[in-house]
Design a protein around this ligand. Sequence first.
Ligand SMILES: CC[C@@H](C(=O)O)C(=O)SCCNC(=O)CCNC(=O)[C@H](O)C(C)(C)COP(=O)(O)OP(=O)(O)OC[C@H]1O[C@@H](n2cnc3c(N)ncnc32)[C@H](O)[C@@H]1OP(=O)(O)O
Ligand SMILES: [Co+2]
Length: 134
Amino acid sequence: MLGRVNHIAIAVPDLAAAAAIYRDTLGARVSQAQALPEHGVTVVFVELENTKVELLEPLGADSPIASFLAKNPSGGMHHICYEVEDILKARDQLRQDGARVLGDGQPKIGAHGKPVLFLHPKDFQGTLIELEQV
Ligand SMILES: CC[C@@H](C(=O)O)C(=O)SCCNC(=O)CCNC(=O)[C@H](O)C(C)(C)COP(=O)(O)OP(=O)(O)OC[C@H]1O[C@@H](n2cnc3c(N)ncnc32)[C@H](O)[C@@H]1OP(=O)(O)O
Ligand SMILES: [Co+2]
């Protein structure tokens, strides 16, 4: 089912400061910040040769990363995103196997303009998983 790792996401309390560390200290190429109100986050992508790191800052009162940051105030690794060819087929197979698909189970359009879904961290070794259809 799984293809490549699309990105690894890090929740941060201060996006501008985190982007500056990746750009100025670590010498990486970083994107402009992009506000995604439908996901409750603002994102910056760190573009590496073999994958991307997604820096996430909460946006709005109901951000899904607010409680994670309350528990990890300096930030921390939040999710890993794997590519899949057919997200609805993957969702249905995962549900059949007992995994919890988050939200209403309908894919949303993610930061790359492609459909995404999230899987409950308690069903995957304590790791929140994002699936992105490529
Ligand atoms: C930019 C768009 C898109 C993209 O294209 O890339 C994105 O990446 S958007 C990223 C943000 N969106 C999401 O994360 C959506 C899915 N997430 C959720 O629905 C929620 O965050 C959650 C996973 C259901 C957790 O919600 P929360 O309110 O934090 O619930 P709890 O505090 O009750 O947590 C339950 C339980 O799970 C543990 N937990 C929470 N988050 C994580 C995490 N990221 N990694 C590992 N474990 C996590 C939490 O600690 C609780 O455990 P216990 O304390 O043991 O009960
Ligand atoms: Co993501």
